[in-house]
Design a protein around this ligand. Structure first.
Ligand SMILES: Cc1cc2nc3c(=O)[nH]c(=O)nc-3n(C[C@H](O)[C@H](O)[C@H](O)COP(=O)(O)OP(=O)(O)OC[C@H]3O[C@@H](n4cnc5c(N)ncnc54)[C@H](O)[C@@H]3O)c2cc1C
Length: 373
């Protein structure tokens, strides 16, 4: 049986980030990935520019499209387009992006995690090919996380269902232009993210509303490509993501932004935080990862709380506030804000609270009352 300091299940953005940070510290780790080296992942690939601050330095030079133009459409009746002078978001093709993040790591591909057993001084990990002994086990195995199921951590409760298709670029597609579609589905939105050679078009909504809006993507992208449907496990409140020597990162721990349903940035950030906690635990000879929970509280959960609140304020009221959302000044401000890094929901609410505009204050408190019911 081979011994490791850390075994990581899953080689998506969360698992690859944990691996890269551990590798930098010379820690003896293994990544187990059930897919192939170039595994397919259904994803629009929209990434906040703030990802540069959390990726390992050696992984910041990734292939990307830089978006400087945003179009927002409301049911094909209203449309607004704004361009700024710098990127407000990046677009990545997931197969290449994930492969790049894993490059240089010790990965066993085509190997599937099956179960683990706890021991006094470690964890025994069983895959369909081998058995390993490790001091710490990382579950970075995404939405269907088996590590989460077997450990009882991060039960999956709040889902988005999303449909998506990929179509070769046409002449009319502008590569630097993200398009967002509002008003077609309740508690959700649609998108077109162009990449270098194709566009990812999709639409998603909270699980209970998805069926009413299934097929929405075909209303704004009429290409006859196959649509794939996938769940996204949203963050629904603070949760402890460690138990002894086991820790969860990324979507395995429901770490998906509850406003945008974006999971790539939270996967990378949580992967970095978990690697930091493991490194300290190994140095101090600890048998738990409590510090990771504190880091999550400090660096992620507070922002997610505001994001959840914003989602309750925003999605049900889109038809009422569509003209505000689509106004050039609001769109421009949001893009400028995003272009400075990861949008801070907390700072946004602090601004709203401090506004002198009495109608915004009244609207804010009314929505707050309604949203908390
Ligand atoms: C349609 C759609 C569009 C999306 N668009 C965006 C977007 O534009 N921007 C954004 O930020 N997020 C988006 N997301 C969400 C994002 O894709 C995920 O949240 C993100 O991939 C989570 O990263 P992760 O590393 O936690 O998990 P994953 O990327 O899912 O990686 C988990 C890995 O674990 C492996 N694995 C699973 N089980 C096992 C096992 N038993 N043994 C070994 N390996 C295993 C899988 O093969 C996979 O490689 C979208 C999701 C969907 C479905």
């Amino acid at each position: 049986m081979k011994n490791y300091d850390v075994v990581i299940i899953g080689g998506g953005p969360a698992g690859a980030t944990v691996g890269q940070y551990l590798k930098e510290q010379g820690i003896n780790y293994l990544v187990i990935e059930r897919g192939t080296n170039y595994r397919d992942k259904v994803c629009a690939g929209g990434v906040p520019v703030g990802i540069m601050d959390v990726l390992p330095v050696s992984k910041r030079n990734f292939e990307r499209v830089e978006y400087d133009t945003l179009t927002v459409d409301f049911r094909a009746t209203l449309e607004s387009t704004v361009k700024i002078d710098r990127p407000f978001m990046y677009g990545v093709a997931r197969t290449e992006f994930d492969h790049f993040l894993r490059e240089g790591l010790n990965v066993h591909y085509n190997e599937k995690f099956v179960m683990f057993e706890r021991e006094k001084n470690g964890v025994v990990v069983h895959t369909d090919k081998a058995v390993y002994r490790t001091k710490f086990l990382v579950g970075a195995d995404g939405v269907g996380s088996r590590v989460s199921i077997l450990s009882g951590l991060a039960k999956k409760r709040r889902f988005i269902l999303a449909e998506e298709k990929e179509t070769p670029l046409e002449d009319k597609d502008k590569v630097n232009n993200v398009k967002i579609f509002l008003g077609y589905n309740r508690f959700g939105y649609g998108w077109i993210f162009p990449k270098k050679d194709h566009r990812s078009s999709g639409s998603g909504a909270l699980q209970k509303y998805f069926l009413h809006s299934k097929g929405t993507v075909n209303k704004f992208d009429r290409s006859k490509r196959q649509t794939k449907i996938h769940p996204i496990s949203l963050w629904g409140g603070e949760e402890v993501l460690t138990d002894g020597r086991i820790g969860l990162a990324g979507e395995a721990g429901n770490l998906v932004d509850p406003f945008t349903a974006g999971g790539i940035y939270p996967a990378v950030l949580s992967g970095k935080l978990l690697a930091q906690s493991i490194e300290k635990a190994l140095k101090k000879g600890k048998s738990n990862l409590y510090e990771y929970n504190e880091l999550l509280m400090d660096k992620m959960y507070e922002e997610f709380r505001y994001a959840l609140f914003l989602s309750k304020m925003f999605y049900p009221f889109i038809p009422l506030i569509k003209k505000v959302i689509l106004s050039r000044s609001v769109m421009q401000q949001a893009m400028e804000y995003a272009s400075n890094g990861y949008i801070s929901y907390k700072k946004f609410f602090e601004k709203v609270r401090k506004t002198r505009k009495i109608h915004i204050k009244i609207a804010y408190f009314l929505v707050k009352m309604f949203a908390n019911k």
